[in-house]
Design a protein around this ligand. Structure first.
Ligand code: ATP
Ligand code: LTN
Length: 327
């Protein structure tokens, strides 16, 4: 049997090049090597308030972006988390084997919680639901960006704790990070990771931004006080621009040095812009084609949920058996 892969994104904002380079692109690369499930994690999105009408529209937008990036719905299941109730059911069972202290230590919880006046219990439980997503399908590999590495470590801890309390039940999953682009930084502030929910103009390049908007965002990107590119002393902003170029172009480290050493920042930004615009063009064209047929999107999501539900239900059945719950 092929190893199973599971990953997901929250329908909580506009997908950006960090989401693409850190995760989505790698899903496309590995989709034929494994049995893949790609999820739109709407239950995660509501850990922070979402406008209901916007959330519903975003769910379909993310599905269309998965397809536009090249995910093949015949080879992979594309599904919405809330369409398979077993995600929430398993999350509760895992909550009961997870010490609160493990959750309070999560950096995402601390960062997102600090921005809220009042923090929902859901925000604290967020990584347990993520563990449920993965363990429900006995996934062996989880391709994500670097910011999710801590949550995956917690998933492994939860799986191991459950296995030792109740007997071998869950596959303990591995993390898969890309070599280049695992952590794309904000263009306005290269000390912060590029994030969907950051919101400030000039922070991110969204996958659906027009060429003109992309150009304006990259031209304004924070650099440093050097006059030109020097790989030894470059600040985080310049390194981030170089990473974005390298990730899209697939250039080796040596080629990057040969091409960019001594280049003035105006020219660097122009080359990065051209690379990003050229890479996103075909992607945006496919997105327009896909969204022209909303019936097709719904079909893909219904079929995806139908395909994975029996796997999810089997796991919940097994967990109920192991824990002594009523069957
Ligand atoms: P939010 O700001 O709403 O938390 P986000 O931009 O962090 O959103 P997620 O939906 O949380 O996006 O992440 C989806 C995937 O994209 C995850 O695998 C995550 O690791 C990856 N990812 C997110 N931001 C970046 C980034 N700046 N660089 C590389 N990968 C990223
Ligand atoms: N927390 C993840 C999204 C997510 C996920 C998952 C990723 C929810 N469930 C399961 C991989 C596997 C994030 O990117 N913010």
């Amino acid at each position: 049997m092929k190893t199973r892969v599971f990953s997901g994104m929250q329908p909580s904002g506009n997908l950006h090049i960090g989401n693409y380079l850190g995760a989505l692109r790698n899903w496309v690369r590995i989709q034929h090597d494994y049995e893949c499930i790609f999820c739109i994690v709407d239950l995660h999105a509501i850990t922070l308030y979402q406008d209901p009408a916007e959330l519903r529209a975003k769910i379909e937008e993310i599905a269309a972006l998965y397809l536009a990036a090249g995910i093949d719905p015949k080879a992979c299941a594309i599904m919405v988390q809330s369409a398979v109730p077993a995600h929430a059911e398993l999350a509760w069972m895992l909550t009961c084997v997870t010490p609160v202290g493990w959750l309070e230590r999560m950096t995402q919880y601390k960062a997102k919680g600090a921005k809220q006046e009042s923090v929902s219990d859901g925000l604290l439980q967020y990584p347990v639901l993520m563990a449920a997503d993965i363990l429900l399908y006995q996934a062996g590999i989880v391709p994500v960006g670097e910011d999710q590495a801590q949550h995956l470590e917690l998933t492994r801890d939860i799986a191991q704790r459950f296995n030792s309390l109740y007997g071998d039940t869950f596959v303990v999953p591995g993390t898969s990070l890309p070599a280049v682009g695992a952590r794309v930084m904000g263009l306005d502030d290269p000390t912060q990771k590029m994030s969907k929910s950051a919101g400030a103009a000039g922070h991110a390049v969204a996958l659906l931004d027009s060429p003109d908007k992309i150009r304006k965002t990259i031209i304004r990107a924070t650099t440093d006080s050097n006059p030109a590119v020097d790989f030894e002393t470059a600040g985080a902003g310049v390194l981030n621009l170089l990473t974005i170029y390298q990730a899209f172009a697939g250039t080796s480290d040596e080629e990057m040095k040969a091409r960019f050493t001594g280049m003035r920042y105006g020219e660097l930004k122009k080359q990065v812009t051209d690379m990003v615009v050229a890479s996103l063009g075909p992607f945006q064209q496919r997105y327009r084609e896909i969204t022209g047929d909303p019936g097709y999107l719904r079909e893909v999501l219904t079929e995806g949920a139908g395909r994975v539900a029996p796997i999810a239900n089997d796991t919940v059945g097994l967990v109920k058996e192991r824990m002594g719950l009523f069957r």
